[in-house]
Design a protein around this ligand. Structure first.
Ligand code: NCD
Length: 409
């Protein structure tokens, strides 16, 4: 098949090459896939929405396992609905107490078992780096449905689809992220990915105790076209934002309950406060919301969080069919899949192409006695795992844990 198409700037892309290279791929972070592949997923989601009947048998005979060791409503149901709407079937568990993890089974062993039963796995786990472990142990593609406070790539796909629908672009934006930026894994994935599209100014709004982790800040610093500011005051900056991404304070990640209670209601967005925002500024939230957004905001046309839910399902349909290598009947990529010249030619401060995934290769020369300082990292609970590190691209060139990205002191 020579499904080759070209865009106006005469760049030639092989549609098959883009699509096929997603087959069998695990997605721990969106850095695992190229920008062209992210664009193709967005393009496919739009197609799926318009051709629901045509795609209903794309994954006939396939089985998805949802291994959810942490609570979830949206994400698990969304992964499962996506597979059912493509004609596949679903098995799985919701809650570690219902799995052999309660008997002490490791993530690796569980994946080696489940890989025999299914064609694709979606896994959520409280330990950071768990999805990375799963993707190496399993023989089928593993999609990270959230690993502790680290990453949540499929939520980012939903977020990108929502921003794209509102703006028709994913760059040249001022994006405010507000709330728990320390433990909010959706924020980490979103920043990492928006940097790939370039020209984003991030306004990081949080209490001092819940600031963005260094490895995420490094990513912004490493992207010459992106910048950031940090503030505690939402109302001081709300008028400058194109997008506002609200987050829940992640109660389950706190070791100090008093601190959680003190911080949980720091930001409550109300219709009155929205008066100061731009008339077109969408409000995103990965949900569940607790108090961060008053219900009176729901009727404001800027409220985009229920749109995100729909986009999440469509993006998971696109991703599940793609990693299974199942083609959507009738789908022909539009020009949107072609990475525009400026994105293609965007390099980070270290000369690494932002259009291509930034795979962190484990550094074989890393000192062997290093221990990840992150108590939530899976290497500190599953002690048989080989500890692995990579050197960051940031100016400081410090070592980071390959599982959870935490910087070594
Ligand atoms: C988020 C998560 O689990 O990280 N929810 C989701 O997947 N939509 C956000 C959250 O729990 O606050």
């Amino acid at each position: 098949m020579t499904n080759v198409f070209s865009d106006s700037s005469n760049q030639v892309f092989s549609r098959c090459a883009i699509a096929q290279s997603l087959a069998n791929k695990s997605v721990v972070t969106l850095d695992d896939i190229s920008t062209a592949q992210i664009r193709m997923l967005l393009d496919k989601a739009r197609y799926i929405d318009e051709h629901r009947k045509e795609v209903a048998h794309t994954c006939d005979g396939r089985v998805l396992a949802t291994l959810f060791y942490e609570p979830s409503t949206r994400t698990r149901l969304s992964f499962e609905t996506a597979m059912l709407r493509l004609g596949g079937k679903v098995i799985g568990f919701a809650g570690a107490q219902l799995s052999s993890a309660s008997k002490g089974e490791t993530v690796s062993d569980t994946l080696k078992v489940v890989s025999n039963y299914v064609d694709v796995v979606a896994m959520r786990h409280p330990k950071e780096g768990a999805a990375f472990v799963a993707s190496h142990a399993g023989s089928v593609p593993v999609v990270n449905a959230g690993d502790g406070g680290h990453m949540h790539p499929t939520q980012t796909l939903a977020d990108l689809a929502t921003i794209l629908a509102r703006f028709g672009r994913l760059n040249n934006l001022t994006v405010g992220l507000c709330g728990d930026l320390t433990y909010g894994r959706t924020v980490h994935s979103l920043i990492e990915t928006l940097c790939r599209f370039g020209n984003v100014h991030f306004v990081l709004i949080s209490p001092d105790e819940l600031k963005t982790p260094q490895y995420v800040i490094d990513r912004i610093n490493d992207t010459p076209s992106c910048s950031y500011e940090e503030t505690r005051n939402l109302m001081e900056v709300i008028g400058s934002l194109d997008v506002l991404y609200m987050t829940r304070v992640q109660e389950e990640r706190f070791t100090d309950r008093e601190q959680y209670l003190r911080l949980r209601d720091t930001y409550i967005l109300t219709e009155e406060k929205l008066q100061k925002a731009k008339s077109y500024m969408p409000v995103l939230h990965p949900l569940p919301r607790i108090n961060e957004i008053a219900v009176d905001v729901d009727d404001d046309p800027r409220a985009a969080y229920f749109e995100q839910v729909k986009n999440g399902m469509l993006m998971r349909m696109a991703l599940e069919s793609s990693v299974l290598g199942d083609e959507l009947p009738g789908y022909e990529p539009t020009d949107f899949v072609n990475v525009p010249k400026d994105e293609l030619e965007a390099y980070d401060a270290h000369g690494i192409s932002l259009a291509n995934p930034r795979v962190h290769i484990s550094d074989e020369n890393a000192p062997e006695n290093l221990i990840c300082p992150n108590s939530r990292c899976i290497t500190n609970s599953e002690l048989t795992l080989k500890r692995r590190f990579y050197k960051a691209e940031s100016d400081r060139h410090e070592y980071h844990c390959l599982y959870c990205d935490e910087e070594l002191q």
